[in-house]
Design a protein around this ligand. Structure first.
Ligand code: PBG
Length: 325
């Protein structure tokens, strides 16, 4: 028997060899930190299903945004939690509403040192918890919701958002927002489109994070987890409507969607490493069942390897420190 001498293990023998041939990296500038700010809070409020994540006060939010900028993160994605909710989600359009105020204050604090991003959606603002307003018979009214999203996006841009992130999965939301922004004199505002957003059980902890009052589910507007081609169609439509960056969400059960999106389009791709994905790792680590730091790095590296340029993750600050080591 002639031994061929082919030994893949040769390149795994030393840390320097492994680093030299590593195909994937995670850099702070590719990470976005999602943050929650609660109206009327006097101190940060822990989210029990997301250990380590809080609902911020305005002050702790600003301090966190400054930390994000100095850690070299790409940006912060801000979710606002109003004290008062109603069927129309009217606080979403209030000029002094919690999200608009947070965008204004964070932008004044960080300037262009990191990107200020906003969630353009109604679910944090409606008492029924849906991402849009409802028709008389209780369905989510697509086109009426588009008008509100368009107004919201303009309000966010005026408050200082560099990037708006429509996450409600209404048909035509990117086009409606793009033309409203352009008409209002904000042609430079970037649209990070939640293009392929699936109805998912993994959003569970987010419901606590945003004090959600949703009963039922979002299956009439978010995507069915059995579908891949449908995601590519959604992405194609968002690109045609003017999206600058497209997003796949959740990340871990949808790595194939990220890979297919990468192959199908040339736009930058983001993926959202969501609340339930965070909670699973934290819970297992808290039980001593997995090595927390390694699991976090492996999770985010896997999302990058699948093809995501940008990752939204609640571990962004911690990862920026560890990958910068
Ligand atoms: C909608 C929105 C959701 C998340 C981000 N934006 C919830 C949903 O669609 O049900 C979930 C993020 C996470 O779970 O971490 N505004």
């Amino acid at each position: 028997m002639t031994f061929p001498g082919v030994r893949p293990r040769r390149l795994r023998a030393l840390p320097a060899l492994r680093s030299m041939v590593a195909e994937t990296s995670v850099a702070p500038g590719q990470l976005i930190l999602p943050v929650f700010v609660g109206e009327g809070l006097s101190e940060p409020k822990p989210i029990t299903s997301m250990p380590g994540v809080v609902q911020h006060t305005m002050d702790s939010l600003k301090a966190t945004a400054v930390e994000a900028a100095s850690a070299g993160l790409a940006g912060v994605m801000i979710f606002g939690l109003p004290e008062h909710k109603d069927a129309q989600g009217s606080q979403a359009l209030a000029p002094d509403g919690i999200l608009t105020t947070a965008l204004r204050e964070v932008r004044a604090e960080v300037g262009d040192a990191c990107l200020v991003m906003s969630d353009v959606c109604l679910d944090e603002f409606t008492d029924h918890g849906h991402c849009g307003v409802l028709t008389a018979d209780g369905h989510v009214d697509n086109d009426a919701t588009l008008e509100i999203y368009a107004e919201m996006a303009v309000l966010h841009a005026e408050a200082g958002a560099h990037v708006v992130g429509p996450s409600g999965m209404m048909d035509g939301q990117v086009g409606a927002i793009r033309s409203a922004l352009d008409r209002a004199g904000h042609p430079q505002t970037v649209i990070l489109a939640y293009s392929a957003k699936y109805a998912s059980a993994f959003y569970g902890p987010f419901r606590e994070a945003v004090n959600s009052s949703l009963s039922g589910d979002r299956r009439t507007y978010q995507q069915d987890s059995r579908n891949l081609r449908e995601a590519l169609r959604e992405i194609e439509l968002d690109i045609a409507e003017g999206a600058d960056i497209i997003m796949v969400k959740p990340a871990l059960a949808y790595l194939d969607v990220i890979a297919a999106a990468r192959a199908a389009c040339d736009l930058p791709i983001a993926a959202y490493n969501i609340s339930g994905e965070y909670a699973m790792v934290e819970a297992a680590a808290a039980n001593g069942w997995i090595d927390r730091e390694r699991a976090i790095e492996e999770t985010v590296t896997g999302i990058r390897r699948a093809g995501a340029d940008v990752v939204l993750t609640y571990w962004a600050l911690e990862l920026a420190r560890s990958v910068g080591r």
